[in-house]
Design a protein around this ligand. Structure first.
Ligand SMILES: [Mn+2]
Length: 353
């Protein structure tokens, strides 16, 4: 086990300008210090993340669960949806439960990687939560609970958990480091997205120093594919549609495609990036059919286009370059809706659509 070394986080080099940003940076430091005190005092904690969890949600949640257990706290990590197959290798993943024991009471509840209660699992308890601590980096959503550690400039919730652990003087074991490295790796698209900041690299570097193995984590996350995923991907790629003069590309997956290939919804992770990777594309959308016939849209943008506004318009949310929303079906209607709204965001004329 390696103790966390290093000095106080510098705020000087951050992209802050004016007294408002400086004030919010001070507010964030205070929130981190307060959350660190809560972390050190808990005896029984509930940890949870958003539905359809990704590598950041699972990785940051498991890191917190392991750190609390190392302090002899009793921890329930609840996720409505199962841990995706490519994150099942993460230390502690087998302890994630899909139901909170009835009547359980907690000293603290840590809500990670979401700021909007609508993304909590349906089985999330409304009582017995104790002090609620919300740690997140999404730009949208009102926040949940009394103590909020929110920084939209953080590359991943895992980066904020790194800062929280430093403030709480939590020793970083190789198991904790593996989870936090995975959180940062996946939320930065393997350090390819615009959130691949010096802070993200520094935090990831510290996790490697504490025992995270980049090659092994990358191999588990990206090179452990079930064949059914490729069969589904083949079908999804055949739906590729490019419009707006090459600036918008979309893909979709229907319930029928899941049936035909034996694939599950977790296997669609990253499909949107095949559309996003096309030369000239500024906005990409991936639609997947939900069991009730609605469609979940994942949106990604490159450069200056803000897709969080598109997510918010349909009751979803997200970041500037990554957002999500749910749309009514049928498929043609959902596709037309997304195409129309994205065309507005991109300022496409009717003729180029
Ligand atoms: Mn995240």
């Amino acid at each position: 086990m390696t103790a966390w070394k290093g000095g106080r986080r510098k705020t000087k080099g951050r992209k802050t300008s004016g007294s408002r940003a400086a004030a919010s940076a001070v507010g964030l430091e205070r929130a981190i210090a307060a959350a660190a005190r809560e972390l050190r005092s808990t005896g029984k904690a509930l940890v949870t993340c958003h539905v359809s969890p990704d590598g950041d949600a699972i990785g940051s949640g498991l890191a917190l669960a392991l750190a609390l257990r190392a302090r002899s706290a009793e921890v329930v990590f609840y996720s409505e949806d199962p841990v995706p197959y490519n994150y099942a290798f993460l230390p502690g993943a087998s302890t994630v439960v899909r139901k909170v024991p009835a009547g359980a009471r907690f000293d603290h509840t840590f809500i990670l990687d979401l700021s909007d209660a609508s993304r909590l699992g349906r089985g999330f308890p409304r009582e017995g939560l104790g002090t609620v601590v919300n740690v997140d980096h999404h730009a949208t959503g009102p926040g949940i609970g009394g103590l909020q550690v929110r920084d939209e400039h953080a590359a991943a919730t895992g980066e904020l958990v790194c800062r929280l652990f430093k403030a709480a003087r939590v020793p970083i074991s190789p198991e904790i480091a593996t989870n936090l490295y995975c959180a940062i790796l996946t939320d930065t698209g393997s350090f390819r997205y615009s959130n691949s900041t010096p802070g993200a690299f520094a935090a990831a570097g510290r996790m490697v120093a504490c025992g995270a193995e980049p090659w092994r984590i990358a191999s588990e996350v990206y090179e452990s594919e079930p064949a059914a995923r490729y069969h589904l991907l083949g079908r999804a790629l055949s739906t590729l549609h490019v419009s707006c003069g090459g600036r918008f590309a979309s893909l979709y997956v229907t319930s029928e495609m899941y049936r035909a290939t034996g694939a599950s919804k977790e296997m669609t992770d990253q499909f949107v990036n095949f559309a996003r990777a096309l030369k000239g594309v500024e906005v990409a959308a991936f639609l997947r059919e939900l069991p009730d016939g609605r469609f979940k849209a994942s949106l990604r943008s490159r450069g200056g286009i803000d897709v969080s506004a598109v997510g918010v318009r349909f009751g979803g949310g997200g970041h500037r370059n990554a957002a999500g929303a749910e749309l009514p079906g049928p498929l043609d209607h959902a596709r037309a809706t997304i195409e129309r709204v994205v065309a507005e965001v991109l300022g496409c004329t009717a003729s180029s659509v």
